[in-house]
Ligand binder design. Structure first.
Ligand SMILES: [Zn+2]
Length: 726
């Protein structure tokens, strides 16, 4: 879809735990630039090697957008004018590659201010600039999925310029490659042009464009229908027992004082997880069931037909482009490559988890029998009883856990882990120009050579108008110019942490700690990339591969050794987090994971079937798959999961499997290489040099197999769930 596009307070350190933190703070020494130009607003002057402009005015943003469009046209015109018998790498490919590398940070300079929104004018101008650049690129964009939480700018070179396609194709036909990476680059250019239909007749190309517009419109309509759904259910207070008073207070009421529960996910999740009634067990099941049914049949009539049309158009679109179905088109760019591989993968994982999932389900059924008597266990009971068992099995108070994660300490700890593991050194640039006083900038150096590798910005505190999610934005991609000069990568991490208020330090929830680790994985992935072409830089890699490094690094949050490095009781940070808490966090990570995965796999299989076969009855398909995958549990009667499953309609069509895919390979890498050496720099450097550095310049499967010394396997993923089972 076209818009897929993401304290500096000094802590009082005492005692042993603090030593590590102090060491980190020495490592993050202040780094002042000496040649600051007085009064200049251009950060690129301060950050040597960065052409990202971070604080342009509203007018400057619009001016820059115009410049980007005209520069792009100028280069395309020049390249297209090369006679077909005179094409070379230097006169066709090199100018296109340099345009891509140099334009990307400028595009991001126009687009990212919208996310960090410091003034209405700048924000509006940034959105307008994005539209301007989009309009120029619109007819040329491939319908690409985005599987990560960062803003992916458009593919700079995908253009509808048939004349450019012809010269690129002529270079490809010469078969003279400057390097294996250059060959891959040229092939990817040709492939992207052809995925836009440039090898087709004009009428077919127009048909491709028409279909793409219809697909975009229908997928947006599917989501709009869900967002516009205003259904609510009415319940008395007795029907909602178990829900906290503040939740009830937040609900609107009907005239007779009855509560209105909407079908927004925060209402539904609260009821399905918490609603209980000690005295009227039969009624409890009723509330959860009513809410689950209403939630599962949202937009039943309308969205089923939207999805049917959408799938039909997608197949048609893919066939015009020479693929046998839509899944083949979508998977062509991904590690999985084919539907049969995806089915094989999902079925293998599902089968490996069946025993564990059956034991988990039995545990839930037993508890329901104890609490509600001999009533059948339904899918609507899942969240409630998972939570109940977790309450009984884990002595985990997340409010108390939070006390061990003051944000500054966590950040210092994360820096230490990443620096030690990957042989890096972070230095804060204290006088860099930024868009808000909360924003910090760091240079990243190679520890042994002292070479500058890149920069990252941290904009982590909550602010009105700012993008509401945690994400990493690539601001500038690494690349090698034709003169041999290296453009260094620049990243931006955005999150929504509540800032300190006097006497109350910012404390992170454990889930936020894990998120931070994950996002730092993306930052390091971006910075450590050494590909020659910006197209293969850090985050612009195979979407099945891009999450693997970040998911791998989440594991450090579940091991006592590393968890202690990033935590300490906020009132006395020398008091480490207790071992029992660390163990409980790890066990809880995988509690009921087999059942939860089975449920996710069910949706992934559905998504893969509808996008790889014709004329599928999507209602019957769900009914058939549900008990088969979910250990005999039937689909909740009256629901239409296909009508309210937006991932399959927009953004992840035919690629829902991708999250599990990358988690499986991340688990394999962790178990094989890091579990027994969480700060093993030798292995960390191998990962940096052999996995992060090549990025998209090699086939991901080749990268993983070389690093592991064998083909990747699902075993570690399955074992990790079984080891931590309840
Ligand atoms: Zn991610």
């Amino acid at each position: 879809m076209s818009k897929q596009k993401r304290e500096r307070n000094v802590l009082a350190f005492t005692g042993a735990t603090a030593l590590a933190v102090i060491a980190v703070n020495f490592a993050i020494t202040a780094f002042k630039r000496r040649h600051k130009k007085k009064g200049s607003l251009d950060a690129s002057i301060y950050l040597q090697g960065s052409i990202v402009r971070v604080n342009l005015s509203a007018a400057e943003i619009l001016k820059l957008a115009d410049k980007i469009v005209s520069k792009s046209k100028e280069v395309h015109d020049a390249v297209a004018s090369v006679p077909l018998d005179k094409v070379t790498f230097m006169n066709v490919i090199s100018p296109l590659a340099e345009l891509e590398a140099q334009q990307f940070p400028l595009v991001q300079s126009c687009v990212f201010p919208k996310l960090v929104c410091t003034s209405d004018d700048v924000c509006k101008s940034s959105a307008e600039a994005e539209r301007k650049i989009d309009a120029h690129m619109l007819s040329c964009r491939i319908n690409n999925n985005d599987t990560v939480r960062y803003v992916d700018s458009m593919s700079m070179l995908i253009s509808n310029r048939e004349d450019v396609y012809r010269v690129v194709k002529a270079v490809a036909a010469t078969g003279e490659w400057v390097s294996p990476e250059a060959k891959r680059y040229i092939q990817s250019l040709v492939r992207d042009f052809e995925r836009s239909g440039l090898n087709l007749t004009i009428s077919k190309r127009e048909e491709v464009q028409r279909l793409r517009d219809q697909i975009d419109e229908l997928s947006l309509q599917y989501v709009r229908n869900l967002n516009d759904d205003k259904t609510f259910l009415l319940f008395s207070e007795a029907d909602l027992l178990g829900l906290p008073p503040e939740f009830l207070k937040s609900l609107d009421k009907a005239e007779n004082g009855i509560f209105k529960v909407t079908l927004k996910s925060h209402h539904v999740a609260a009821v399905l997880e918490l609603c209980k009634c000690a005295f009227e067990p039969l009624k409890v099941g009723r509330t959860r069931r009513l809410v689950a049914v209403a939630y599962g049949k949202r937009c039943g009539g309308i969205n089923l037909s939207v999805l049917e049309s959408l799938v039909e158009l997608r197949h048609k679109f893919a066939r015009l482009l020479g693929y046998s179905n839509y899944a083949d088109y979508a998977l062509d760019l991904r590690m999985a490559k084919s539907s049969s591989k995806v089915f094989e993968f999902l079925e293998e994982i599902s089968a490996s988890l069946t025993d564990l999932a059956s034991r988990e389900l039995l545990m839930l059924k037993d508890l329901k029998r104890k609490e509600e008597g001999e009533l059948p266990f339904g899918i609507e009971d899942l969240l409630y009883y998972v939570r109940r068992v977790e309450e009984l099995q884990f002595d985990l108070d997340f409010g108390a856990v939070k006390q061990y994660f003051p944000v500054n300490l966590v950040l210092s700890g994360i820096f230490k882990v990443f620096q030690d593991l990957f042989g890096l050194r972070f230095e804060e640039v204290l006088d860099a120009v930024v868009w808000h006083s909360d924003v910090r900038v760091f240079s990243v150096f190679d520890l042994s050579s002292n070479d500058l590798l890149g920069y990252f910005y941290l904009d982590i505190y909550k602010r009105e108008g700012k993008y509401a999610h945690t994400c990493v934005v690539a601001l500038q991609n690494g690349a090698l110019s034709s003169t041999g000069a290296r453009q260094i990568p620049v990243a931006l991490l955005i999150s929504q942490i509540q800032k300190d208020i006097v006497g109350h330090p910012s404390l992170l929830r454990f889930s936020e700690v894990v998120n931070f680790f994950h996002e730092f994985g993306h930052v390091v992935q971006q910075i450590c990339n050494r590909a020659s072409f910006a197209r293969f830089s850090g985050l612009r890699v195979d979407p099945d591969f891009v999450e693997i490094p970040a998911q791998l690094l989440e594991n450090w949050c579940y091991e006592s050794f590393s968890l202690k490095l990033i935590s300490g009781f906020h009132q006395d940070i020398t008091t480490p987090i207790k071992d029992e808490i660390c163990k409980s966090l790890k066990r809880r990570r995988y509690a009921f994971s087999a059942l939860k995965l089975k449920q996710e796999i069910l949706y992934c299989i559905f998504d893969q079937i509808i996008h790889s076969a014709d004329n599928v009855d999507i209602v019957e398909l769900f009914k058939h798959l549900h008990p088969k995958v979910m250990l005999g549990l039937p689909m909740l009667e009256g629901t239409n999961p296909a009508s309210c499953f937006p991932r399959s309609a927009i953004g992840f069509e035919s690629a829902c499997y991708s999250r599990i895919w990358s988690e499986v390979f991340a688990a394999d890498i962790f178990a094989c290489k890091f579990r027994d050496g969480l700060l093993n720099q030798r292995v960390g450097m191998q990962f940096r040099n052999n996995v992060l550095a090549p990025g998209g310049s090699k086939e991901p499967i080749e990268i993983l197999s070389d690093f592991l010394g064998r083909e990747p396997s699902i075993q570690a993923f399955v074992d990790s769930r079984a080891e931590c089972s309840l």
